[in-house]
Write a protein that binds this ligand. Structure first.
Ligand SMILES: Nc1nc2c(ncn2[C@@H]2O[C@H](COP(=O)(O)OP(=O)(O)OP(=O)(O)O)[C@@H](O)[C@H]2O)c(=O)[nH]1
Ligand SMILES: [Mg+2]
Ligand SMILES: [Zn+2]
Length: 276
């Protein structure tokens, strides 16, 4: 039989096959092949012995969070507590672009901002919209619900950003565990401990544990550069330009003219300098 892995807890793989749930084990075989089943995988399994037999080819796979066959990513971005980080947002956008996953930005905790901070945030919202991203607030349940139909959407973002809280609001029957963010550290406690695929509004959504670190492992410096979507709008006269050294670089000029947001360019430089 065929089905999709919707949850993995230690050695137990929950497989959904046409709405029926099977708790399966995996055989050593996959580990030897250096491939482990992950949430999102379509698999062939033996329903009599509850063994996973084969992992069907993946459309794509992320390693943080560990999930496959995704076509949209809801980047759940906290504006306060944990504080808004353009670095983290841009990093997630880059990873999504590279993996051909459509990113959607979902801002949370707008209610915790004072009026000055609200004004400041508008600048970013305007910019990310300008370069082509959909930007929503977590209070906008009506618009969020309409994103899911026919898609598999991974909820990703920092621990404590409000991923599970949002999923609970979208489906009141789920009761996913959510957690206070630790005041001392100003960051989440990693309340969600496993990746889980759920059916919601005619699509699939994946709740994931937040992270404190994310890297670009499989990406080259050029891959990172090409994932900054707005750079493509301004062709640089220098072939294969990394937009750093050349004095007459078009990208640098557009940053000076405020056509490219300074924080985006600064993050770009950080990312390529931190990458291999
Ligand atoms: N004020 C405010 N609090 C929020 C909002 N969204 C979520 N929270 C709170 O933020 C805390 C963390 O929320 P979670 O949903 O557990 O965060 P998470 O992203 O699932 O975190 P991990 O599972 O650790 O990755 C909870 O106390 C929520 O009540 C919001 O829009 N405003
Ligand atoms: Mg959670
Ligand atoms: Zn350049």
């Amino acid at each position: 039989m065929e089905g999709q892995i919707v949850k993995i807890l230690s050695n137990l793989y929950t497989v959904n096959s046409h709405g029926e749930i099977y708790e399966c084990h995996s055989r050593g075989k996959f580990r030897n092949d250096n491939i482990s089943p992950m949430v999102g995988d379509y698999v062939k399994f033996d329903p009599d012995n509850n063994y996973i037999l084969e992992i069907l080819p993946r459309l794509n796979a992320l390693d943080r969070p560990l999930v496959s066959n995704i076509d949209q990513g809801l980047i759940v971005t906290s504006l306060k507590s944990p504080d808004f980080s353009t670095n983290l947002l841009d990093k997630l956008l880059v990873v999504m672009e590279f993996n051909k996953i459509k990113p959607i930005i979902c801002l949370t905790k707008y209610d915790l901002l004072n009026s000055k901070e609200k004004k400041e945030i508008k600048k970013y919202v305007k910019y990310y919209k300008k370069i082509g991203y959909k930007v929503l607030y977590n209070t906008n349940l009506f618009r969020i619900k309409r994103l899911f139909k026919g898609h598999t959407t991974v909820f990703t973002g920092q621990s404590g950003a409000g991923k599970s809280t949002l999923i609970n609001k979208l489906d009141k029957t789920l009761n996913l565990e959510t957690g206070e963010i630790s005041k001392a550290l100003g960051r989440g406690k990693h309340t969600t401990r496993f990746v889980q695929l759920l059916e919601l509004y005619g699509g699939k959504v994946v709740d994931t544990p937040g992270f404190s670190m994310i890297d670009f492992n499989k990406m080259s410096k050029e891959d990172i550069r090409d994932a900054f979507v707005e750079f493509h709008k301004y062709p640089c006269p220098f072939k294969d330009c990394m937009h750093q050294e050349e004095k007459e670089c078009r990208i640098k000029k557009e940053v000076e003219k405020n056509n490219i947001l300074k924080s985006r360019y600064d993050n770009y430089k950080k990312f390529i300098n931190d990458s291999r």
